[in-house]
Design a protein around this ligand. Structure first.
Ligand SMILES: Nc1ncnc2c1ncn2[C@@H]1O[C@H](COP(=O)(O)OP(=O)(O)OP(=O)(O)O)[C@@H](O)[C@H]1O
Ligand SMILES: [Mg+2]
Length: 164
């Protein structure tokens, strides 16, 4: 896995990063979102979904439902493991859905059940920096060199100039 640190990520930058990732998945169907309460996991999902024709307004936190399903250009499964009690419950909830090879799974609090998801994915760790900035660590499978390059360019700052 390649590891990229991107500091001082504003909402605008987060939107840019999410669309860079959405447009360079290269068959990756899992995105693991880890970070304390309020660090921007759901916000990332909202921005990400816009790239698949899903309105951010239709995206809401699945804290109580465990999984929300959004139909867009691709089907997006938005999962939140925060309130799950045990791995059996998780298995029950996601059974069947994981068979959707074309779907994309965005999983908040994936680190609560670290051994459940065996397929490799993109991992994003978010850390609170201050009221309007976050620090991100993004891990990308080595077979996705294009995304690695794109994000390295973001890190250097040159791409953040672009308005979306
Ligand atoms: N990069 C960012 N810069 C500034 N504010 C942000 C950023 N990302 C998210 N926020 C703000 O932080 C608040 C919490 O975001 P969000 O609900 O996405 O967090 P979360 O990680 O999903 O929380 P939870 O763990 O409760 O699910 C929102 O008001 C959002 O606008
Ligand atoms: Mg959330």
């Amino acid at each position: 896995m390649a590891e990229i640190y991107i500091n001082d990520v504003s909402l605008e930058k987060l939107r840019y990063l999410s669309s860079t990732i959405a447009n360079n998945l290269n068959k990756c169907r899992f995105i693991f979102l880890n970070g304390d309460l309020g660090t921007g996991k759901t916000t990332f999902v909202k921005f990400f979904c816009e790239n698949f024709g899903i309105s951010a307004e239709d995206v809401s936190s699945p804290t109580f439902t465990v999984v929300n399903v959004y139909s867009g250009v691709k089907t997006i499964y938005h999962v939140d493991l925060y309130r799950l009690n045990d791995i059996e419950e998780l298995f029950y909830v996601l059974e069947g859905q994981l068979e959707d090879e074309e779907g994309i799974f965005l999983i908040e609090w994936a680190n609560i059940f670290p051994d459940y998801f065996i397929e490799k994915g993109i991992e994003i760790e978010l850390k609170h920096k201050n009221n309007d900035k976050r620090d991100l660590i993004i891990k990308i499978p080595e077979n996705n060199q294009k995304l690695i390059n794109e994000l390295r360019r973001c890190k250097d700052g040159e791409k953040f100039e672009t308005k979306i």
